[in-house]
Write a protein that binds this ligand. Structure first.
Ligand SMILES: Nc1ncnc2c1ncn2[C@@H]1O[C@H](COP(=O)(O)OP(=O)(O)O)[C@@H](O)[C@H]1O
Ligand SMILES: [Mg+2]
Length: 622
């Protein structure tokens, strides 16, 4: 037995680097990440990326950053060698993307890596590569402009087990592509050029202005994302959040358009995801995912990035503060979306929207006037020509006839009794315009400055009712009621501790829990509106929220669900005839109501068809 025992020995440099590579160098995309981060840390504002065969055969990154001095070059490929931190305290205040000093050593242990670099002061460039089991660095002169060029050939040529896990060239390229996009969205001040198999595939120009940044986001996330998103910009208690979040109506079936950055570093974090999901909870169709590009900026000492070698995760010192800030900022921005914002966006997005083919000085307003038998006067088409100060009536064939002031007087008299006021000119037309008809008892058709507005009247009314009910509830606070028979609950000690610790928070939610023993609680009081819910499950979920996030929105979520059901039953059903006045009242209500762009299930409540859209349908002016 003893004769089989192996002796202890130090691993060779190469082997120990190969073992470390297992953590950070998984595939070509992870090599790209490390190399691009180095170029960004070196202050480059232009990076060229050259790939062959999905990066498996060749990855070449060339930057115009500060370069590496000749004497430091051998160290650059050494493990635990970095220029970015010096002592333990520096770990608390990381402002660079790298700091662990292991990427180049790891990559060069599993590929053929050559690095050429020149500082702006040096008169020539130097090249470094490693040789042998101990990875000795060989430095020799080279020709290169200031900046750095890292070439990685034949990834995993000496680690067949790893190579086996590589997928097809296209798949590896796709992952690289996604990685470059992720980094490009995080660093607008750097231009990126991507070449694959000698073909130019992407070019992201340096983006220094708001429009240029917007252009890059549209390039990466698609123009539809920018057109259907709200701009976020919020700061409080030392935290700043900015970026773009999709309107709830632009949701996705997968969580594939979600970019979140903390001080320029792309991260995935449960706390962040939870806060964002919670902000969208009330407006997103079930099972759909929001799209967002968001940047959180905070003092680097308040966030720990040294959690995982790939640095995809972070730990916030005050996670509750961050969670609440994200939630509040997004929740507020989403609630603030009103029809007029959506229309503004259209006007900014397509400046020709109110184009020359339609002189909106001359706005036409059609009123279909339904009524009781004795008031029915048929439908009425009027054209108000504001420039000439004249009014015309238009028949179905489009023939115009001047309208005499006295006839107009009697019409206006009728309208003022039956309809919302006539707008004096375009300026006064409200965002959702004026109702002109009801279609099959389901849709309201309205005319606004841009053209036609179509409203799903049930969906719209449901949202309005729901928001009214919520507001009324919020005003009164959550009413709570003692249980006749308290419910005993077996929990873990951590949960019981949490219940005690958060007693006040729980009371604010209408819950009274009493500790009965180390691992048992008793539910004494619950919110009135939830008394028929499964209280036991609810309390368990709430406690686990408190343990994980320091807060819980479950009670509100449950309450809102119940209100939503009530709102749904209390809202106008399809097939009910509304008068023009009722329809206009609904439109005005929508303009005032939070989140009125979507019904309680996240479906849109209205849509705009501009004259431009309609012209396109009819191929007018093309
Ligand atoms: N593109 C580059 N430009 C300038 N210096 C670089 C570049 N790439 C790497 N370096 C230098 O090499 C060192 C080691 O890089 P790396 O192994 O990625 O570790 P880290 O980035 O964690 O410091 C860096 O600290 C930096 O000084
Ligand atoms: Mg690095």
């Amino acid at each position: 037995m003893t004769s089989n025992r192996a002796r202890i020995h130090l691993l060779s440099q190469r082997l120990s680097n190969q073992i470390a590579a297992g953590e950070v160098v998984e595939r070509p995309a992870s090599v790209i990440k490390e190399l691009l981060e180095n170029s960004i840390d070196a202050g480059a504002d232009r990076i060229d990326i050259e790939l062959e065969k999905g990066g498996i055969k060749l990855i070449r990154i060339r930057d115009n950053g500060m370069g590496v001095e000749k004497d430091d070059l051998p160290l650059a490929l050494n493990r635990h060698a970095t220029s970015k931190i010096e002592e333990l305290d520096d770990l608390e205040n990381i402002t660079s993307l790298g700091f662990r000093g292991e990427a180049l050593a790891s990559i060069s242990s599993v590929s053929r890596l050559v690095m050429i670099s020149r500082t702006p002061e040096a008169d020539k460039a130097w090249k470094v590569e490693t040789e042998g089991r101990n990875m000795e660095a060989k430095v020799s002169p080279a020709a290169h402009p200031p900046g750095t060029n890292v070439e990685v050939r034949d990834l995993f040529f000496n680690t067949p087990a790893r190579r086996k896990f590589l997928r097809t060239e296209q798949t590896e390229f796709k992952r690289i592509d996604e990685m470059v996009k992720r980094l490009a969205l995080g660093h607008f001040d750097v231009g990126f050029n991507v070449q694959h198999n000698q073909r130019a595939v992407h070019r992201y120009d340096r983006a220094d202005s708001e429009t240029a940044r917007q252009r890059r986001v549209a390039q990466i996330c698609g123009p539809a994302f920018i057109d259907n998103s709200v701009v976020i910009e919020m700061a409080s208690s030392g935290l700043r959040l900015w970026g773009w979040v999709s309107l709830p109506t632009f949701s996705r079936s997968q969580a594939d358009l979600q970019y979140f950055y903390v001080n320029g570093r792309a991260i995935r974090d449960k706390l962040v995801t939870h806060a964002i999901k919670q902000a969208y909870r009330d407006v997103l169709f079930h099972g759909r995912h929001p799209a967002f590009v968001l940047y959180l900026e905070l003092d680097p000492t308040l966030v720990d990035v040294n959690v995982h070698p790939t640095k995809h995760e972070v730990r916030f010192r005050d996670s509750r503060l961050v969670h609440d800030f994200l939630f509040t900022a997004l929740h507020k921005s989403l609630a603030d979306v009103r029809p007029e914002n959506a229309l503004e966006r259209r006007e900014v997005g397509t400046e020709t929207e109110l184009g020359a083919s339609h002189n909106f000085q001359q706005s036409s307003i059609n009123y279909g006037v339904p009524g009781d038998d004795n008031t029915r006067i048929g439908s009425l088409n009027l054209v108000l020509d504001n420039k000439e100060g004249r009014t015309w009536s238009v028949d179905n064939a489009g023939t115009r006839r001047p309208v005499s002031p006295s006839y107009l007087g009697s019409v206006q008299d009728f309208m003022s009794k039956n309809l919302a006021e006539l707008p004096a000119d375009n300026e006064d037309i409200p965002p959702l315009g004026y109702a002109i008809a009801q279609l099959h008892g389901v849709y309201i058709l309205a005319q606004n400055a841009l053209g036609l507005v179509v409203v799903d009247m049930h969906a719209a009314h449901e949202r309005i009712t729901y928001e009214h009910m919520k507001a009324a509830m919020d005003e009164d606070g959550i009413k709570s009621q003692p249980l006749l028979v308290p419910v005993a609950l077996a929990v873990s000690e951590r949960e019981a501790d949490a219940a005690e610790e958060h007693q006040d928070d729980l009371a604010a939610l209408g819950l009274a829990l009493e500790r009965m023993g180390p691992e048992s609680l008793s539910i004494r009081q619950v919110p009135v509106i939830l008394k028929s819910a499964d209280v036991e499950q609810l309390v368990r979920d709430v406690l686990s929220d408190f343990l994980e996030h320091g807060s819980s929105d479950r009670i509100t979520a449950h309450r809102d669900e119940i209100l939503a059901t009530m709102a749904c039953h209390g809202s106008v059903r399809a097939n009910r005839q509304l008068t023009i006045m009722e329809m206009n009242a609904l439109l005005r209500d929508m303009e005032k109501t939070e989140r009125s762009g979507q019904c309680n299930h996240g479906r849109p409540t209205w849509t705009q068809m501009s004259m431009n859209d309609l012209d396109k349908l009819f191929l007018r002016g093309q």
